[in-house]
Design a protein around this ligand. Sequence first.
Ligand SMILES: [Zn+2]
Length: 127
Amino acid sequence: MITVDCSHSLAIKDKLLVHVADKLQALPILKSEKFILTPVDDSKTIDKIDVLDAISEFLESIDMKENYQAIPKGDEIKIEPLDGKDMKEKLEKISRTDTNPFFECTHCGFMTRYEDELRTHRLIHYI
Ligand SMILES: [Zn+2]
């Protein structure tokens, strides 16, 4: 079980959660400003390295690799803002996309513009 602490990065928490959980096929448990990743299959474990990889992939996809850093400590990963270049503008852009959802997953709130993508995404809830 890996806990991701977003108490200093709430602006990206929801999208980060969806990306990481999808990527690792993990079940996220929300706990106020943190989320805990548990394996869908009890016989598997979640590797911290994979979580860190998924986080950096996500930050790259929203062009904010210079704006946040993931700090691993034991079973917890803390997402800390770095106040990099254009941070405010980028965050505004992300929240703008938020207000314009097309298809939304009723299980976890995952949003996408593509119906096909939603259908594929939904499969993670039925394993
Ligand atoms: Zn979902």
